[in-house]
Design a binder for this molecule. Structure first.
Ligand code: CO
Length: 249
């Protein structure tokens, strides 16, 4: 069941997502060769304490960290560690908070130092797919319009969209209906309505879309070992079109 939000609830989601955007922006500044993902997670926890917000992922189904840090062939849910980042890596930072009962959720993928032209193209195409999808997140459109927008952008560039993980509604729960695949058919699926809030999150692989979960039970990696990128925004559908709640200011 898709839960529609009232204006005062959207206002709370706006605040949670603004905090997520601010923290991601501060974390991004710290990404450089030699830094460990564990250090980024520690800094993230510190920022959460300063802002008096609860990191949403920590403890979620037993996940032990505030931040998901997925490097290179890691798709999502990579766990912070003591391994230093090296120039040429790409790093996805996925982060959520709960503030006054409402969740914020967003992700970015950033280059570490100078990366290959192909890696830069993967980041650009994935982010473009997210923005194409956001443009379709308007009342009267269908969920399939959002999903197809990502798929079309990604496949036209010769990359693939991950099938096994999807975006989601967001509100008083981190994951609400509807599920939002990054592939689909225009004109199909539920009709979008004002008051829906969607976390749209393309996960895009350089090679095949096949993934597997490592024995740690969390880290999702590409089966072929090639690169993967991930961008996510929480977006409210308003009478006046999509509003990106987690936009980095
Ligand atoms: Co999400």
């Amino acid at each position: 069941m898709v839960i529609l939000k009232l204006p005062d609830e959207i206002e709370k989601l706006r605040i949670s997502n603004l905090i997520v955007a601010q923290i991601l922006s501060e974390l991004r500044e710290r990404v450089k060769p030699g830094v460990t993902t564990g250090e980024l997670d520690g800094y993230c926890e510190e920022l959460c304490r300063n802002k008096r917000v609860k990191p949403a992922f920590k403890g979620y189904r037993g996940y032990p960290f505030a931040l998901c840090t997925s490097v290179n062939g890691e798709v999502v849910h990579g766990m912070p560690s003591e391994r230093p980042l090296v120039a040429g890596d790409i790093l996805s930072l996925d982060f959520g908070v709960n503030y006054k009962g409402f969740y914020g959720d967003a992700a970015i993928t950033v280059p570490v130092g100078v990366v290959s032209a192909e890696a830069m193209r993967l980041l650009a195409v994935t982010e473009a797919g997210l923005y194409d999808a956001i443009l379709q997140a308007r009342a009267g459109n269908r969920l399939g319009d959002v999903s197809a927008a990502v798929q079309e952008r990604v496949e036209a560039a010769g990359f693939s969209v991950v099938r096994d993980f999807v975006g989601h509604g967001i509100g008083r729960s981190l994951h609400e209906d509807p599920q939002i695949p990054n592939y689909g058919v225009r004109g199909r699926g539920i009709e979008l309505k004002p008051g829906m809030v969607l976390a749209i999150e393309p996960m895009v692989n350089e090679g095949s879309y096949e993934v597997r979960v490592l024995p740690d039970g969390w880290t999702v990696v590409t089966r072929d070992g090639k690169l993967s990128a991930h961008f996510e925004h929480s977006v409210a559908i308003t009478e006046n079109g999509p509003e990106i709640l987690s936009r980095i200011q």
